[in-house]
Design a protein around this ligand. Structure first.
Ligand code: BGC
Length: 813
C-alpha cells in the first residue's frame, strides 16, 4: 500500500469516515493527518459546481462554466482528438473552479432510443463510445484532475433506475455493455469510476463482485477509486467488500457505523478497508497536487466559448440536401421560422445541466453570417400547445421567402435524467407546421435540435435537414456556419434513426416496468440488429453528408490492418469519416453481420487522394466464449469492410484469421432466433438458454410487505391506507402539474419521488432520516400505522439526542 504510514496512524473510525462524503459534493477531511476534502462535480459537458444549495437533479444554479456540446453531439464528430480537446477545456475549467473529480464522461450504451439520458452518452456502439470517452478522459486528466467514467454498468433506462434489475447474458454484457468501459479504462486511465444505480443480474452493481472485482479490478487491473452514484448505495458493507470505496453523498456518519461494526465483527477484514482507504488517499493526494502551484481561478471565457463552437462545427450532421439546397446561396431571401431560432436548445436536463458563460441564439447572429432574413415567426409553441394562428403567420412569412430556415426540435422537459421518453415523435404542433409550410413554400431547410433519435415521417416535406443535436452554448453559430457553407459538414450519426419506434430491437421490453428488464435482444442493439435482420431504417449508424463527395478505392487487408485510398471528388475541401467493419463468415457462433472495429477522419482538399491505414487491435476479431469464460478468436474467414456508413460499404476484402481453438459455446438449435438475428422473436426458453439459468419473475410480488428496495410507486398496493393515499396524491400531482403546463416540475416528482426506492429516503437526506426511522415509515406503509409512528418518533428522538451529544463533544474538543 502506498500510504501505509498514514493508514497506520488512523483509527478505525477515521478510516470508516473517509468512505462516505462529508456533504453533498465533498469527501471527508482529517486535518491532523493532512487529509483534505476533495470536491466532486458534474458533469460530462461542462462544470456544474454548486457553490450554495446542492442537488443532483439540476435544480439549483451552479457557477458559470462553458457549456460544450453534449456527448451525443461530439460523438458525431468521430474525432477522438476533438474529444480529447474538449476534455482538456473541461479539465482546465474544473481546475479553475477547484474541482478535483469531474463526474464524466458517461458512456452507457444506447440500447433504446427512448432512454432519457441518451443525450449524455456517445453511441450505440461500444468501440466508438470507448474511443471517444478515452479521449475525453485523457484531456480532462491532463490538468491533474480526475475524470470519472460512468455509470458502471448496464444503466440503460432512467425510469426505476435505482431499483431495476437488468437481466443480461454474460456474452452480451462483455461484448456490448462493458467493452466501452474496458476501452475507456485501458486507454484513458481514469482515476475514478462511478458505479450505477441499477442491479445487474440480481445484485446492485456497486455490490456486484463479478463486475467490481473479477472484471474491473482483476481482469482490467483498475487501481483507482469507485464512487457510488448519488444515493445509490444499498448495503454499504457489501459495497465496500466489492471495492466501492466512496459513497456519495453523505449519510451523516450512518453508514460509517455499519463499516465499523462490520470490521469489529469480522465481517470485513480491516485490511480490506485499509486498501480502500489507500486508493482514496491516492485520489485525494494526486488531485490536490495541481492546486499546490495553481492560484489561477479563472479561464479564458472567450477562448473556451470558441472551442465549444468548433466542437459543435465538427459534430453537426447534414442528413438531407435535396436539389443542393445547401449551402444557402448569397442574396437568397430567408424566412426564419421556429421557436428554437429565438431560443436555442443546447443541452439536456438533470445533473449535467450547465450554467453557461455565454448564450448564443440564431436570431441575434443572422446578420453576422450575411443571411438576408425577411423576418421571424415562432410557428409553434415550444411545449406542444397547438396554435393555428402561429402556423398561419409562419406560412404568410414563408410565402414571401426564397428559402425557409425552420428551427425545430424537442423541448427541455422531454430529454431528461430520471425519465425516459414515451415516444420518438416530434410534437404534433411542429409536424402540422411542417406540412403547412410545405404547401406554401417547399424550399425548406430544417434545423433539428435534440439529443436523441426521433422519427421523421415528415422527411419528404423538407429539402434540407441539418442535425445540430445539443450543440452547447455556441451551437447556434456553428449551425449558421454550416448553413452558409463556411463550414463543410463532416459529422456522421453515432446512432441509428429507425423508421418507426416499433422497429427497434428492444421494442416491448423497454423500459423494464416493475422488478426487472430482460435484454433478450442480446448483442443485437442498434445497427447490429437492423443490419442483421434486414430492417429498413431512416438513417443508418455512421451516416452523414458533406458538401463534397468522396470515393474509396484499392483495399488491401493483411494480418495487422487494412489500407485503402480516399479521394475527394468534389470541388471543395472536406473531411470524411471512414469506418472499418468486420464480419465473421463462418456462421458457427451467432454474430451481427458486421461490427465497427475502427474508424478514421481524414481531411482532403478538393481532388486530393490519401492512403489510409487502420490497424486491427485486440478487439477486431474477438468474441466472448461462455464455455471457456474468456475472449477467444474463431478460426474463420472474416469480411473486412470499409464503409461511409454501416449501410454503405464501399470496399470489401476477405481475411482468413487463425483462431484460439476454443470449443463452440452454443448448440445452434437451442437459439434459432439468435442465429437468424431475429431477436424480436426470442422466446423465454432461448433467453434462458443464453443466460444459463431461469429468468427471474419480472413483476412485483404484491403479497409481501414493502421493503427498502421497493419504490414509492409500489405504495399503490401497500397495506397501509396512508401509503395508498400518498400514491394517489403523487399521481394526481403529476397529472395536475402536466395539465397546467408545469412539465419539468411534474417530471421531478416522477424522478425524485415516484421511482425512488424507500432506502433513498435515508440515503439522500443527509442524515435527516436514518435507516431505523425508515423502518418506522415502512411499518406504517405496511399497515402498522401506530406501531410505525411510535418507532419513527422514538428513532428520531435518538437521532436528535446523538446529534446534540456530538456537537457538545465537538465544542468541548
Ligand atoms: C447522476 C450522476 C451524477 C450525480 C451527481 C446522479 O443522479 O446519475 O450522473 O453525476 O447524480 O449529480
Amino acid at each position: 500500500m502506498k500510504y501505509l504510514q498514514i493508514i497506520n496512524r488512523m483509527t478505525l473510525e477515521e478510516k470508516a469516515s473517509l468512505m462516505s462524503g462529508k456533504d453533498f459534493w465533498q469527501t471527508q477531511d482529517i486535518e491532523h493527518l493532512g487529509i483534505h476534502s476533495i470536491f466532486l462535480a458534474d458533469g460530462p459537458h461542462g462544470i456544474r459546481k454548486q457553490a450554495a444549495a446542492a442537488d443532483h437533479l439540476g435544480l439549483n444554479p451552479s457557477i458559470p462554466a462553458t457549456c460544450f456540446p453534449t456527448a451525443a453531439t461530439v460523438a458525431n464528430s468521430w474525432n477522438v482528438e476533438l474529444g480529447e480537446k474538449v476534455g482538456q477545456y473541461l479539465g482546465e475549467e474544473a481546475a479553475a473552479q477547484k474541482v478535483n473529480v469531474l463526474l464524466g464522461p458517461g458512456i452507457n450504451m444506447k440500447r433504446d432510443p427512448l432512454c432519457g439520458r441518451n443525450f449524455e452518452y456517445f453511441s450505440e456502439d461500444p468501440y466508438h463510445a470507448g474511443k471517444m470517452a478515452a479521449g475525453y478522459i485523457r484531456g480532462i486528466q491532463s490538468h491533474g484532475v480526475s475524470a470519472c467514467v460512468k455509470h458502471f454498468a448496464v444503466n440503460n433506462q432512467e425510469e426505476r433506475r435505482m431499483s431495476i434489475d437488468t437481466i443480461v447474458d454474460e456474452r452480451t454484457l462483455r461484448e456490448i455493455y462493458l467493452t466501452a468501459f474496458e476501452i475507456a479504462i485501458a486507454e484513458g486511465e481514469p482515476m475514478t469510476v462511478m458505479s450505477s444505480y441499477n442491479q445487474l443480474n440480481g445484485t446492485y452493481t456497486n455490490e456486484n463482485l463479478h463486475l467490481m472485482q473479477e472484471i474491473l479490478r482483476e481482469e482490467w487491473g483498475f487501481e483507482g477509486v469507485v464512487v457510488t452514484d448519488w444515493g445509490g448505495s444499498n448495503d454499504r458493507v457489501a459495497g465496500l467488500i466489492a471495492g466501492n470505496e466512496l459513497e456519495m453523498p453523505t449519510t451523516a456518519g450512518e453508514t460509517n457505523e455499519d463499516i465499523i461494526t462490520a470490521v469489529k465483527s469480522g465481517q470485513i477484514k480491516e485490511e480490506v478497508l485499509d486498501r480502500c482507504v489507500d486508493r482514496l488517499l491516492d485520489l485525494i493526494f494526486t488531485t490536490e497536487e495541481v492546486y499546490k502551484n495553481r492560484n489561477e481561478k479563472s479561464f479564458n471565457v472567450e477562448k473556451h466559448h470558441e472551442a465549444a463552437q468548433q466542437a459543435a462545427e465538427e459534430s453537426i450532421v447534414l442528413l438531407k440536401n435535396e436539389d443542393r439546397i445547401l449551402p444557402i446561396k448569397k442574396g437568397v431571401k430567408a424566412a426564419i421560422i421556429g421557436d428554437f431560432a429565438s431560443e436555442a436548445r443546447y443541452q439536456g436536463a438533470g445533473s449535467s445541466i450547465v450554467n453557461p458563460t455565454v448564450r448564443v441564439n440564431t436570431l441575434d447572429s443572422l446578420e453576422q453570417f450575411g443571411i438576408d432574413s425577411i423576418g421571424y415567426e415562432p410557428g409553434f409553441e415550444r411545449y406542444g400547445k397547438k396554435s393555428r394562428k402561429k402556423i398561419d403567420k409562419a406560412c404568410a412569412l414563408a410565402k414571401k421567402a426564397d428559402v425557409v430556415l425552420l428551427y425545430i426540435g424537442l423541448d427541455e422537459a422531454t430529454e431528461a435524467e430520471g425519465l425516459d421518453r414515451s415516444n420518438m415523435k416530434l410534437p404534433e404542433n411542429q409536424i402540422e407546421l411542417i406540412h403547412a409550410l410545405h404547401e406554401t413554400n417547399p424550399n425548406i431547410v430544417a434545423v433539428l435540435s435534440c439529443g436523441s433519435a426521433i422519427e421523421m415521417p415528415w422527411i419528404d416535406k423538407v429539402k434540407g435537414l441539418v442535425h445540430g443535436y445539443l450543440s452547447g452554448q455556441a451551437g447556434a453559430k456553428a449551425i449558421l456556419r454550416v448553413l452558409t457553407g463556411e463550414i463543410n459538414p463532416s459529422g456522421k450519426l453515432a446512432e441509428t434513426y429507425p423508421l418507426r419506434y416499433e422497429d427497434t430491437p428492444a421494442f416491448g421490453s423497454f423500459p423494464g416496468k416493475e422488478v426487472s428488464v430482460e435484454y433478450r435482444e442480446s448483442l443485437f442493439i442498434g445497427y447490429r440488429y437492423y443490419d442483421t435482420a434486414n430492417v429498413n431504417v431512416l438513417f443508418p449508424f455512421g451516416y452523414g453528408l458533406s458538401y463534397t463527395t468522396f470515393e474509396y478505392s484499392n483495399i488491401q487487408a493483411d494480418r495487422d490492418g487494412v489500407t485503402f485510398n480516399i479521394t475527394n471528388t468534389g470541388t471543395i475541401a472536406g473531411m470524411e469519416i471512414a469506418q472499418l467493419y468486420v464480419g465473421c463468415r463462418s456462421g458457427n457462433i451467432f454474430r451481427p453481420n458486421k461490427e465497427l472495429k475502427g474508424f478514421t477522419k481524414v481531411f482532403l482538399l478538393a481532388g486530393e487522394t490519401k492512403t489510409v491505414r487502420i490497424l486491427f487491435d485486440d478487439k477486431a476479431f474477438r468474441y466472448f466464449n461462455v464455455k471457456t469464460n474468456r475472449w477467444e478468436i474463431e478460426q474463420a474467414d472474416y469480411a473486412i469492410m470499409i464503409g461511409a456508413s454501416s449501410a454503405d460499404i464501399r470496399l470489401e476484402s476477405t481475411l482468413f484469421v487463425e483462431g484460439t481453438d476454443a470449443p463452440l459455446p452454443y448448440d445452434k438449435e437451442n437459439i434459432p432466433s439468435m442465429y437468424a438475428g431475429k431477436v424480436r422473436d426470442v422466446t423465454k426458453e432461448e433467453f434462458e438458454y443464453l443466460l444459463g439459468r431461469q429468468v427471474p419473475v419480472p413483476t412485483w410480488d404484491r403479497t409481501r410487505p414493502l421493503g427498502y428496495n421497493d419504490t414509492i410507486a409500489q405504495c399503490q398496493y401497500a397495506k397501509g391506507w396512508l401509503a395508498r393515499f400518498a400514491f394517489h396524491l403523487i399521481t394526481f400531482a403529476y397529472w395536475f402539474l402536466r395539465k397546467i403546463g408545469k412539465r419539468s416540475t411534474a417530471n421531478l416528482i416522477m424522478m425524485s419521488v415516484y421511482h425512488m426506492p424507500f432506502r433513498g429516503i435515508a440515503r439522500m437526506t443527509g442524515g435527516i432520516v436514518n435507516m431505523p426511522m425508515l423502518d418506522g415509515l415502512l411499518l406504517m406503509v405496511n399497515g402498522n400505522f401506530f406501531k410505525g409512528m411510535a418507532h419513527f418518533l422514538k428513532e428520531r428522538k435518538k437521532l436528535i439526542k446523538a446529534a446534540k451529544l456530538r456537537s457538545l463533544n465537538n465544542e468541548g474538543a
